[in-house]
Write a protein that binds this ligand. Sequence first.
Ligand SMILES: [Mg+2]
Ligand SMILES: [Zn+2]
Length: 192
Amino acid sequence: MNATGAVFLDRDGTIIEEVGYLDRPERVELYPYSIEAIRALNRAGLTLVMVTNQSGVARGFFSEEVVHAVHRHIADLLAAGGAWLDAYYYCPHHPDGRVAEYATACQCRKPERGMVDRAVRELGIDPARSFTVGDRWLDVALAQRVGARGVLVRTGYGLTEEQKPKPDVRADAVVNNLAEAAGWILRRATRT
Ligand SMILES: [Mg+2]
Ligand SMILES: [Zn+2]
């Protein structure tokens, strides 16, 4: 079996509204197009993997259980619209964290590639046929590190990021939102 392509989706500012440190499921607000965009990617046979930095855990703002509850809530909202993510990965670490067990320079905090490597192991995906979508340069930098294609969306911090280019990070596309990112990807994804 050939390894399939994946879309690595950032969470905050990409699938849901950026609200700072999201510490309660009730604060989750999907963008109005998120369900339809994700459903279109589902139908194309792409593996969809959330990859989100949640340093609020290391900073002591909320627990991993809260992160799980937020992700269950997102999964419920998506399911009501016939959409799903195949995996929900997050990094709870930060080198400056206050909670000792998470205060580490890990290999999973984007733009480090740990969450992509986990998807390769657990889901059998091929990074070279994959994409990242996110509102920060670090989401694009992740794509560059693993040989995927990186799409920057202008939601969340995206517009601000676009205005502060990074010399060593180049997006394959800059689009307005996740709906446009899905369209861009669907025109390029190779079917298996
Ligand atoms: Mg984000
Ligand atoms: Zn980590």
